[in-house]
Design a protein around this ligand. Structure first.
Ligand SMILES: Cc1cc2nc3c(=O)[nH]c(=O)nc-3n(C[C@H](O)[C@H](O)[C@H](O)COP(=O)(O)OP(=O)(O)OC[C@H]3O[C@@H](n4cnc5c(N)ncnc54)[C@H](O)[C@@H]3O)c2cc1C
Length: 330
């Protein structure tokens, strides 16, 4: 077996909530290592919307997904966290009370006093619309995330969906695209009402188009889209010109190995926690951010930050006092 890496805390997932957990734990003198499946730090902010503006971070009127990750990294720099990217945590074993051995798929082994799970939606995969031959267009003219808004400059863009991602990208890409159409199967949205109102104002001003229907076929060659066929509820069809399509049908959560970690899960594969400490059913293992579940839970970065603060307090007071006392004696 590889020589174990000893650390106070092992954080599973380097999304915004895992990063802020480093800060809250660091203030309490607890050192952290972080493991993430992705090749980059920042979770959904980095992977799904690096250029999208975020408006709901307290005291920060505007920051992009990438900007928030950069700011969090600057904030935690004094605590010198160690990142292990491109690795998935596969196994957590209890080896003390509390002490854990955590193993990644690369065979790396950690021994720690506290585990913080900030694994978001597990490994997130976009839900794909059931359109024949869509695979041929993926990554060329059909995209499930916007990594660079400039890639859509002067393109005829079709955004499909009615949730926050569809509305956010409609608003953000409208000034960049040559022409943008939002297509949704009904005239009701699951997105924030303010975004829906802004979208309707753009439609009323003639700046973008809104159409009702569902995409049934793609037209184009060599993976490059030229138009789509959409079907209305009454069965009639119509064409929409598009050289880029962005379907936003949500993300499926591939829970992955979390199901085997001996932690109680909800039917939906989330981790139930108490709201005093955000601790899981296993003492010493905490869960913060999108992965956890409790009455009134909101999947917002702001909520994950709050959860990380309380989890860190509980972790240090309940589990790490001996470690801290030992350090103070040195
Ligand atoms: C398009 C879009 C726009 C959004 N806009 C906003 C907004 O404006 N404001 C807001 O507050 N929220 C917004 N959100 C939601 C916000 O991004 C999430 O609430 C936030 O990312 C949750 O952070 P997290 O750290 O819990 O999880 P994530 O960001 O999902 O990060 C979890 C990380 O854990 C890793 N991981 C999972 N399983 C393992 C494993 N077994 N081993 C190792 N690593 C693992 C994943 O690879 C991932 O990097 C938006 C979401 C989307 C999709």
């Amino acid at each position: 077996m590889t020589e174990p890496i000893k650390t106070d805390v092992l954080i599973i997932g380097a999304g915004p909530c895992g990063l802020f957990a480093v800060f809250e734990l660091g203030l309490l003198d607890m050192k952290a290592h972080l493991v993430d499946i992705l090749d980059k730090i920042g979770g959904q902010c980095a992977e799904l919307y690096p250029e999208k503006p975020i408006y709901d971070i307290p005291g920060v009127p505007y920051v992009s997904g990438h900007g928030l990750v950069e700011a969090l990294l600057a904030q935690i720099k004094p605590f010198k966290p160690t990142f292990h990217l491109n690795e998935m945590v596969e196994k957590i074993e209890r080896i003390g009370a509390p002490a854990f051995r955590v193993t990644t798929d690369a065979g790396k082994v950690f021994e720690c006093t506290v585990v913080v799970i900030s694994a978001g939606g597990g490994s997130f995969q976009p839900k794909k619309p059931p359109i024949p031959n869509i695979e041929a267009y993926e990554g060329k003219s059909v995209f499930y995330a916007v990594r660079r808004m400039e890639a859509f400059r002067d393109k005829t863009v079709l955004v499909v969906g009615g949730g926050d991602s569809a509305l956010d990208w409609t608003l953000n890409l409208a000034p960049v695209a040559k022409r943008l159409t939002l297509l949704h199967r009904r005239d009701a949205f699951r997105a924030a009402p303010a975004s829906v109102n802004k979208m309707r104002a753009l439609v009323a001003a003639g700046a973008i188009d809104f159409a009702l229907g569902q995409v049934t076929a793609l037209e184009g060659e060599g993976g490059m889209l030229t138009a789509v066929t959409a079907r209305r509820d009454d069965g009639s069809t119509f064409a929409i010109a598009a050289d880029a399509m962005l379907p936003f049908f949500g993300l499926t959560m591939r829970l992955g190995p979390i199901a085997d970690w001996g932690i109680k899960l909800t039917d939906g594969g989330l981790i139930p926690v108490d709201t005093a400490a955000f601790e899981t059913s296993v003492p010493g293992i905490f869960a913060v951010g999108d992965i956890n579940s409790y009455p009134g839970k909101l999947k917002l970065i702001l909520c994950g930050f709050h959860e990380a603060a309380l989890a860190a307090q509980k972790a240090v007071h309940r589990f790490a006092q001996p470690i801290l006392r030992a350090r103070l004696r040195v």
